[in-house]
Design a protein around this ligand. Structure first.
Ligand code: SF4
Ligand code: SF4
Length: 287
């Protein structure tokens, strides 16, 4: 077993809360919405809510996979709620958000992996709130990629298509059982081929035992598959039952990876210990 490492000083514990954050939180409670921001106790919550950004979980909170770094419950999920797109859209409008990220658990139980439901949510949010920007952070739709991509058409084409690789291929077996590195790269590439004008984005968590060379190799592979934007953050262990943190990458190392990413041609790289997939998403995506 790996020893439990001490958290270095640059890992911030919690975000400061202000009136705007409290207002949005209360509305989320009232509308019974699940956000990754709250469920994952994201340290950036104060900052993001103040910017009018939040990440919503659709398709329930039970995942068909079991990744040992992830705190989401696993099991047999409920069928999609047909009222969810409208409900999500009206709640987002009530909150006055300007940039939303829509994400979901893996739904290997659904024929399209949940893509049609994703698309319905994007459409509904756009219909309610003109000018809002919508990013989708999608699962890998493994084995259903082409059916899934058919769903993102017309009003359902997101402003940003995000799919995280999460880690380097050597660690997939341990960290992402059931996922396929090459398949994930191909999903990003296939979306880009259909929608060359829409930004694609991916991200990794560092600290699971990967080397800098391995990270650089993944970054190059992302560029080779047309990926435009990148997020790199520190993995934090949700509990003692989850994969241990093998190493805390330093702020200097995150900076140096950002520079390497910019040199490779990513149009935006967010790299830092507290960066999450949706961190500063509104600022990352150019208008
Ligand atoms: Fe929510 Fe993402 Fe911001 Fe965290 S970084 S508060 S998950 S939008
Ligand atoms: Fe968590 Fe996603 Fe893995 Fe499901 S597929 S366990 S939601 S990381």
């Amino acid at each position: 077993d790996a020893p439990v490492l001490r958290k270095p000083a640059w890992i911030r514990a919690r975000a400061p809360l202000g009136p705007e954050v409290r207002r949005i939180k209360a509305l989320m409670r009232e509308h019974k919405l699940a956000t990754v921001c709250e469920e994952a106790m994201c340290p950036n919550l104060g900052e993001c809510f103040n910017h009018g950004t939040a990440t919503f979980m659709i398709l329930g909170d039970v995942c068909t996979r079991r990744c040992p770094f992830c705190d989401v419950a696993h099991g047999r999920p409920e069928p999609p709620d047909p009222a969810e797109p409208e409900h999500l859209a009206s709640s987002i409008a009530a909150m006055g958000l300007r940039y939303v990220v829509i994400t979901s658990v893996d739904r290997d139980d659904l024929r399209d992996g949940g893509a049609a439901h994703f698309a319905a949510c994007v459409r509904a949010v756009r219909a309610q709130e003109a000018g809002i920007r919508v990013e989708v952070l999608v699962p890998d739709f493994r084995g259903r990629e082409s059916v899934a991509l058919e769903c993102f058409v017309d009003d359902a084409v997101p402003d940003v298509f995000n799919h995280n690789l999460e880690t380097v291929p050597r660690l997939y077996r341990e960290a992402r059982p059931g996922a396929d590195y090459v398949g994930s790269l191909r999903l990003l590439e296939a979306f880009k081929a259909r929608h060359p004008d829409v930004l694609t984005k991916s991200g990794l968590m560092l600290g699971l035992g990967e080397t800098r060379d391995e990270v650089l190799e993944v970054m190059r592979a992302l560029r080779d598959h047309g990926c435009d934007m990148l997020t790199l953050g520190q993995y934090l262990q949700p509990s003692r039952e989850h994969l241990p943190v093998r190493r805390y990458w330093t702020p200097e190392e995150f900076d140096s990876l950002r520079e390497a990413g910019e040199a490779m041609g990513f149009c935006n790289v967010a790299s830092g210990a507290m960066v999450r997939s949706s961190y500063h998403a509104d600022l990352q995506a150019p208008l």
